[in-house]
Write a protein that binds this ligand. Structure first.
Ligand code: AKG
Length: 318
């Protein structure tokens, strides 16, 4: 890996994101891909836990009509729902999602399951994401997350007590890999003060505009956040709610960030970003994890994701 320069660090602070091509080797990417292949081969998900990924409000409402458990009253009229990294509750069990922070769990693309939860296409082509603790429980992903080059980058960025809060393997399947609508990661991973969340997004295949690379609004991390996803009070009919609303961003503000296999994109927790439907014939695999600077920071107890006795957020520097 080429060393990260002070200019690049400044660019990150200016834009809210930074592309570091060639950060990981081809071998490292292939080891992650083959590890995931093995995990999928052993995948067992009971039908009632087969949860589709959906980003759109009307699909959330359909889940309500069907009387399924889940986020039934997602109520921002006329707006697409941000699912971003983790709003993975289409018609399945919200509990399967809410308790996935310290587990390795599977979430599926929309339209790949029949009403009984049977796969309509091969299961390995149906998966949207695996989350949210590969970094803790899988040796390959643990090694990558805590690799010396990631730690060195953390130190260059000035992180003093970074902890890893979550990780995801994202498949962006050919033809069906769903859109991730514009969002800020701090909507889902809220801290006080803001500015303490950092995403590491690793391209495990070339990501291009054709196979749905990430898009960003440069500089959009400087305006705070416009909405939060919070745990609903106990006894409510839903397990999380949104507070606030996401503006209707102008598409022309976004720039695409194509990146080669092995490249790393650093994502500021408040920068607005998205990815489109992958309508190409190529997948676009990525491994991503999020880090919080824990020094002087309070993790919101209202976040969907909470550290558990089994998995307190591990230090990045161990
Ligand atoms: O990989 C993608 O398509 C979206 C990833 C993303 O938005 C994130 O990691 O915050």
């Amino acid at each position: 890996m080429a060393s990260v320069s002070q200019d690049q660090i400044q660019k990150f602070h200016r834009d809210g994101f930074l592309v570091l091509e060639g950060f990981f080797s081809t071998e490292e990417c292939d080891s992650m891909r083959s590890q995931i292949q093995g995990i999928i081969e052993g995948m067992e998900v009971p039908p009632h836990c087969r949860t589709e990924f959906s980003t759109r409000e009307e699909e959330q409402l359909q889940a309500q009509v069907l009387g399924k458990a889940g986020l039934e009253h997602w109520k921002e009229e006329g707006r697409r729902q941000i699912a971003a990294q983790e709003s993975l509750w289409g018609n399945g069990s919200s509990d399967y999602f809410l308790t996935s922070g310290d587990k390795i769990r599977f979430f599926f693309e929309k339209g790949v399951l029949d009403k009984k939860g049977n796969f309509l296409i091969p299961k390995e082509k149906s998966i949207s994401k695996i989350g949210h603790a590969l970094h803790a429980y899988d040796p390959v992903f643990k090694q990558i997350t805590h690799s010396s080059k990631v730690q060195e980058l953390g130190r260059k960025l000035g992180l003093e007590r970074p902890v890893v809060v979550q990780s995801m393997y994202i498949f962006k399947q050919p033809g069906i890999g769903g859109e991730v609508t514009p969002h800020q990661d701090a909507t889902f991973l809220h801290t006080e003060p803001l500015g303490r969340i950092l995403g590491f997004w690793i391209a495990l295949e070339d990501a291009t505009q054709e196979n749905a690379c990430l898009w960003f609004i440069p500089g959009s991390h400087t305006n705070g956040i416009t909405r939060r996803m919070v745990r609903a009070p106990s006894g409510a009919s839903t397990c999380v709610e949104f507070v606030g609303s996401e503006p209707a961003y102008d598409d022309s503000q976004f720039i695409p960030l194509p990146i080669k296999k092995g490249g790393l994109i650093l994502i500021h927790g408040e920068v607005v970003h998205k990815s489109e439907l992958n309508s190409s014939e190529s997948s676009r695999h990525a491994f991503t994890f999020h880090v919080m600077e824990a020094k002087g920071t309070t993790w919101s107890k209202e976040n969907w994701l909470q550290p558990t006795p089994e998995l307190p957020f591990p230090s990045l520097y161990t």
